[in-house]
Design a protein around this ligand. Structure first.
Ligand SMILES: Cc1cc2nc3c(=O)[nH]c(=O)nc-3n(C[C@H](O)[C@H](O)[C@H](O)COP(=O)(O)OP(=O)(O)OC[C@H]3O[C@@H](n4cnc5c(N)ncnc54)[C@H](O)[C@@H]3O)c2cc1C
Length: 464
C-alpha cells in the first residue's frame, strides 16, 4: 500500500552552523532525527504515516512560524504543517523537509461578554469545548474531541451544531495568518477579505494560521443525545427510517448513522442523535428513533454537551492503521443502501466503521460561493473508515475500502476536502472545491504564487 513510507532519515541535510542559527531564532524546540522527542513529534493519528522530516520546528508563537517559513524558503525546503495531526492522508508530516509543528500552541481565550473565543492552532476540540462550556457557550466543533481545530476549520468543519449554527468555518470571525513570503496578515470580512473567503474551506493552501477567532453561542451544559443500536438484520429498515427522519429534522436536531462493532463483538447499525434546544421539546423529536425497531439498546438521554463531543472518541484512538474513502450523497436510495449494507457486512476488520454525517439546517442555507466551502446541499457526508492494528494486514483492509467505494462512488456528488486520503486523484481534490475552484486558484496565485504550501489537497496557482 503506497501510503506506507519508511525511508532512511536524511540525518545531515545542513551544516551545524545553519541549524544552530535557525534553532536560535526559535522560542520552541528544533528537532533533528537524533534528538529525543523527534519520533513522538513526527507521529500522527494515522499509524500508516511513517515519514521522517529533516527538521521539526515546534513553534511557540507567530514569530517562530515566520522564522520557520523564511528558513524553508531560503533553503528551498518542502514544508508540512501540523495542527492536531489528525488528517488521515498524513500531510502534516513530510519526508526530509521541514515540519512546522504547531501542536505546542494551545492558547485559548474566551471573551464571555462578546461571546467569542481566540484559539491557537495546536488546540484540539476537547480543549475549546472545555473553555467555552465553562461560560455556558459553544461553537460548532469536530465530533471527536482530539481532532485539531486548525485543519478541521480550514477545510470547513462538520459537527453536531452545524444545523443550528452553521459549519465551523461559518463561525470564524478572523484569523492571523503567515503567508509564503513570511508576512503576518489578519484576514476577516474587513481585512484581506479574499483571503478570509479562501481559508473558509480552502484548507492550508494559503498560509499558516497562527490564531483563530470564533463566534460563540449560548448552550446549556446538558443537551439531549446519544445513540440507539439496532441489529444488522434490521439494517435496511433502520436506514430507510433514518433517511426520512434526518431529512425532516428541525435545526436543533442532528442525526448521524453508522455501522460499528460493539465492544463485545456484535456488528450493529446505529443512529446517533443530538438535540440542542429545550429538553422537553427534544424528547418528542427523539421519540421516533427510540421507539423504532425495537432497538437492542437505547443510550439516549440528557448528557453534558462535552460528553456528546467525546461519544466517538473510543472508536477513533491514536495508533491504529487507517485507510479512508469518502463522498457526499444527496439521496440514500434503496439500491445504494443495499450496496452499503452488502459491503459493510463483508468488512475485514471489526474496528472498521461506516458513517453517515447528515448536513441540513443553518449550514445548508449559506450560499455555495459565500465561503470557499461550496458543498452546501442537504446531504450526507459518507465515510468508509478501515481501521486495523497489524501493519502486515494493510492490503486486505485497504482493498475492502477501495472495492466498497468503487461500487458506491457513482451515487456520490463531490467530497469533503478533509476526508480525502493520500491516493485520491486530482479530479477528486478538485471536486472537493466544487464551484469555487477557479476563484481559489486566483487567491492562491495572489498569496502563494510559487506553491510554497503544497503538501495539502493542493490548489495549484496559475503561475506555477
Ligand atoms: C477521528 C477523526 C474525526 C474527525 N471528525 C471530524 C468532524 O467531526 N468534522 C470534520 O469536519 N472533520 C472531521 N475529521 C477530519 C478532520 O477535519 C481532518 O482530519 C483535519 O485535517 C484535522 O485537522 P488537524 O489539525 O487535526 O490535522 P493535521 O493533520 O495536523 O493537519 C491537516 C492539514 O491541515 C493544514 N493545517 C493544519 N494546521 C494549519 C494551520 N494552522 N494553518 C494552515 N494549515 C494548517 C495542513 O495542510 C495539514 O496538512 C475527523 C478526522 C478524524 C481522524
Amino acid at each position: 500500500m503506497e501510503t506506507v513510507r519508511a525511508v532512511v532519515p536524511q540525518v545531515q541535510l545542513f551544516d551545524d552552523v545553519v541549524v544552530a542559527e535557525f534553532k536560535a531564532s526559535l522560542r520552541g524546540e528544533l528537532l533533528q532525527p537524533h534528538n529525543a522527542g523527534y519520533d513522538e513529534a513526527r507521529t500522527v493519528w494515522n499509524a500508516m504515516i511513517d515519514r521522517h522530516p529533516a527538521l521539526i520546528a515546534r513553534c511557540l508563537g507567530a514569530v517562530d512560524i515566520i522564522n520557520a517559513v523564511n528558513f524553508a524558503r531560503a533553503h528551498d525546503l518542502r514544508v508540512s504543517v501540523r495542527g492536531g495531526g489528525h488528517n488521515v492522508a498524513g500531510n502534516a508530516v513530510c519526508d526530509q523537509g521541514l515540519m512546522i509543528d504547531l501542536s505546542p500552541m494551545k492558547g485559548i481565550r474566551v471573551d464571555p461578554v462578546r461571546r467569542t473565543v481566540r484559539v491557537e492552532p495546536g488546540a484540539i476540540w476537547g480543549e475549546v469545548d472545555r473553555e467555552a462550556q465553562a461560560f455556558g457557550l459553544a461553537t460548532t466543533g469536530g465530533t471527536v474531541s482530539h481532532t485539531g481545530v486548525a485543519g478541521l476549520t480550514l477545510g470547513g468543519g462538520l459537527g453536531w451544531l452545524m444545523a443550528t449554527h452553521g459549519l465551523v468555518c461559518d463561525n470564524l470571525l478572523s484569523v492571523d495568518i503567515v503567508t509564503a513570503d513570511g508576512q503576518l496578515l489578519t484576514a476577516s470580512e474587513m481585512e484581506n477579505p479574499d483571503l478570509f473567503w479562501a481559508i473558509r474551506g480552502g484548507g492550508g493552501n494559503f498560509g499558516i494560521v497562527t490564531s483563530f477567532e470564533f463566534k460563540l453561542h449560548p448552550l446549556t451544559p446538558d443537551v439531549l443525545g446519544g445513540m440507539v443500536l439496532y441489529p444488522m438484520t434490521q439494517a435496511k429498515e433502520v436506514l430507510q427510517f433514518y433517511r426520512e427522519y434526518a431529512r425532516s429534522a428541525p435545526d436543533n436536531l442532528t442525526a448521524f448513522a453508522g455501522f460499528l462493532t460493539t465492544p463485545d463483538g456484535l456488528p450493529v447499525v446505529a443512529i446517533f442523535v443530538g438535540w440542542f434546544g429545550p429538553l422537553e421539546e427534544g424528547e418528542q423529536h427523539l421519540e421516533p428513533v427510540r421507539k423504532f425497531g425495537p432497538p437492542i439498546a437505547d443510550l439516549v438521554g440528557p448528557i453534558p454537551y462535552r460528553q456528546l463531543q467525546k461519544m466517538f472518541d473510543d472508536a477513533a484512538p491514536f495508533g491504529l492503521h487507517r485507510y479512508w474513502k469518502s463522498g457526499y450523497f444527496q439521496e440514500l436510495g434503496d439500491n445504494l443502501l443495499d450496496l452499503i449494507i452488502e459491503h459493510t457486512t463483508a468488512k475485514t476488520s471489526p474496528m472498521s466503521v461506516v458513517i453517515f454525517f447528515h448536513m441540513h439546517g443553518a449550514c445548508t442555507r449559506v450560499n455555495a460561493t459565500e465561503t470557499a466551502f461550496g458543498h452546501r446541499e442537504d446531504q450526507w457526508d459518507f465515510d468508509i473508515i478501515a481501521q486495523w492494528a497489524d501493519p502486515a494486514e494493510a492490503d486486505h483492509h485497504v482493498e475492502w475500502a477501495r472495492a466498497f467505494w468503487k461500487t458506491v462512488e457513482p451515487f456520490s456528488q463531490g467530497v469533503y476536502v478533509n476526508h480525502l486520503d493520500a491516493d485520491d486523484s486530482a479530479r477528486r481534490v478538485r471536486s472537493a472545491y466544487g464551484p469555487n475552484y477557479e476563484r481559489l486558484v486566483a487567491v492562491k496565485t495572489k498569496y502563494d504564487p510559487a506553491n510554497f504550501f503544497r503538501l495539502n489537497n493542493n490548489i495549484a496557482p496559475s503561475s506555477a
